[in-house]
Design a protein around this ligand. Structure first.
Ligand SMILES: NC(=O)c1ccc[n+]([C@@H]2O[C@H](COP(=O)([O-])OP(=O)(O)OC[C@H]3O[C@@H](n4cnc5c(N)ncnc54)[C@H](OP(=O)(O)O)[C@@H]3O)[C@@H](O)[C@H]2O)c1
Length: 364
């Protein structure tokens, strides 16, 4: 990485930057590049990777920690290739926690030197596995002092996914009953904490190793989906079902547990996988047709709203998530950290399911 000098200030386009809020500027830095799709061995930590100039609404974040999401390992293996192949090499990574190094001219909510955390949109090409990541202003928020960078980096992508489903789609409210199918992962845990904080009662299904953790997070019942028959163990109907597993069996069970007017939301939407299989021109219309068919079917036969939930940047959601973190009501445990120099090992550990919880990559 090249250390900024005074001369660098002359490189900045005046229209793009507000000089008085500008502390440092880097033109290149280290980044983990993915030159082609495949295994963890393809990930390359390179120096001298160019840092693009900031647009007025963007924030340059000096990275301290990034978490490894399933989307990172799936993208590395080729998920989304119909969109991303022509954009290779990619920089993976959605979550981030770090320090603001520079801000674009119209940024008002964070300032240089501030500790922030946040997450990029799922389709971002320049991800966060880099010393200096670029996010738009609505994708970052001040980091709670109570969280380390490692802890903070584990939260935003998962919590915003849960937020999107529960708050934006189902619009959950106090007193409702929520079922989280497959609550043992980061999104499931975030969903349980969001719903509990909203005054809902939550039932979840999970592996045996996750039962105690999810009860401690506020679920009133956590059903081990290997040892127990979920359909017998869970009683009553629900206002919303968030399905993190999203196979036909969990969809059937989730739909059957809903009240009329309830929402079924799966995290396994098929838009990207159909586009990968058939190409964008056929795959995307096919995905839309599939989604509309299911929506119509469940609305007409059951009075149920069916949707595919995708993570989306949401500044209001991120601010609410920050407040929950500050209040100690939102936490995603980090199982293992790796230095960014061991990104291949981290991805390999995830691929081989050697580590059951969150992995975070630390930057020096
Ligand atoms: N559509 C979207 O925009 C979107 C966004 C985020 C994620 N997703 C998808 O949603 C799914 C879940 O994502 P995620 O981020 O929640 O994945 P994750 O944290 O890697 O969790 C996946 C599974 O691993 C097990 N697990 C996780 N932490 C554990 C722990 N500490 N101890 C034991 N087991 C643990 C859980 O299984 P058990 O249930 O058996 O305990 C969990 O269901 C993935 O398929 C991902 O691709 C989609």
């Amino acid at each position: 990485m090249r250390i900024p000098s005074n001369r660098d200030f002359t490189r900045i386009t005046p229209s793009a930057f507000s000089y008085h809020r500008f502390k440092s500027y880097v033109s290149d830095c280290r980044a983990v590049l993915l030159p082609s799709f495949g295994g963890p061995h393809l990930l390359e930590l390179r120096s001298n990777v160019q840092v693009p100039q900031l647009k007025p609404h963007e924030v340059l974040v000096h990275t301290r920690a990034v978490s490894v999401n399933p989307l990172d390992t799936r993208m590395r293996a080729g998920y989304g290739r119909s969109i991303f192949e022509r954009l290779l090499p990619l920089i993976l990574g959605r979550d981030i926690s770090g320090e603001v190094a520079a801000v674009g001219a119209s940024v008002t909510s964070v300032s240089v030197g501030e500790q922030v955390f946040g997450a990029l949109h799922p389709t971002a090409v320049r991800g966060t596995y880099t010393d200096y990541a670029i996010l738009s202003e609505d994708e970052v928020t001040p980091k709670p002092d109570s969280l380390t960078h490692v802890e903070a980096s584990a939260i935003p992508f998962a919590a915003l996914t849960a937020w999107r489903g529960l708050k934006c789609t189902a619009r959950i409210s106090e007193g409702q009953r929520i079922l989280v199918v497959g609550g043992g992962g980061a999104v499931g845990l975030a969903a349980i904490q969001l719903a509990v904080a909203a005054g809902c009662s939550v039932v979840t299904t999970c592996g045996s190793q996750s039962v105690e953790r999810l009860l401690a997070a506020g679920a009133e019942q956590a059903v081990d989906y290997v040892a127990e028959d979920v359909e017998l163990a869970v009683k009553g109907k629900f206002d919303a079902v968030l399905d993190t597993i999203g196979v036909s069996e969990t969809e059937r069970i989730g739909i059957n547990f809903l009240k009329r007017g309830g929402h079924y939301m799966t995290l396994q939407g098929e838009a990207a996988s159909l586009a990968d299989r058939y190409g964008l021109a056929i795959g995307l219309p096919a995905a839309t047709a599939l989604l509309l068919n299911k929506q119509l079917l469940y609305r007409c036969t059951r009075g149920i709203e069916y949707s595919w939930t995708y993570m989306r940047a949401d500044s209001d959601g991120l601010n609410e998530i920050r407040k929950l973190c500050e209040a100690g009501k939102m936490k995603i445990p980090v199982h293992t950290t790796f230095p960014i120099t061991q990104v291949k090992e981290a991805h390999e550990a995830k691929d081989k399911k050697l580590i059951p919880g969150k992995i975070v990559l630390e930057f020096d």
